[in-house]
Design a protein around this ligand. Structure first.
Ligand SMILES: [Zn+2]
Length: 89
């Protein structure tokens, strides 16, 4: 299966190192406590935490908007992303 950089569309060659970036966003009201993210696990999908369901109130859940995106980035784009995540270059 071919892997392509999601930013520059360059083909990532076999055995070439590339980087997976998982971004999770959720809505939050000012004044709420910060949700605590659990330690990373060895399964990639578990690196992204949706919500702490046990602690969330029904209202918080109803008003929450969660989005998750995953990107594959080549080494060059990953370095740019890490230096400037909002792509101001
Ligand atoms: Zn790239």
């Amino acid at each position: 299966m071919l892997t392509v950089c999601d930013f520059c569309s360059e083909l990532i060659l076999e055995n070439e190192i590339y980087f997976c970036v998982n971004i999770a966003t959720y809505s939050k009201k000012s004044g709420q406590n910060t949700l605590v993210l659990p330690e990373k696990t060895d399964k990639e999908e578990k690196n992204v935490v949706l919500f702490n369901l046990k602690k969330a109130t029904e209202e918080e859940l109803n008003n929450s908007v969660h989005k998750h995106k995953k990107f594959d980035l080549c080494k060059t784009c990953y370095q740019k992303f890490f230096e400037d995540p909002f792509f101001n270059y």
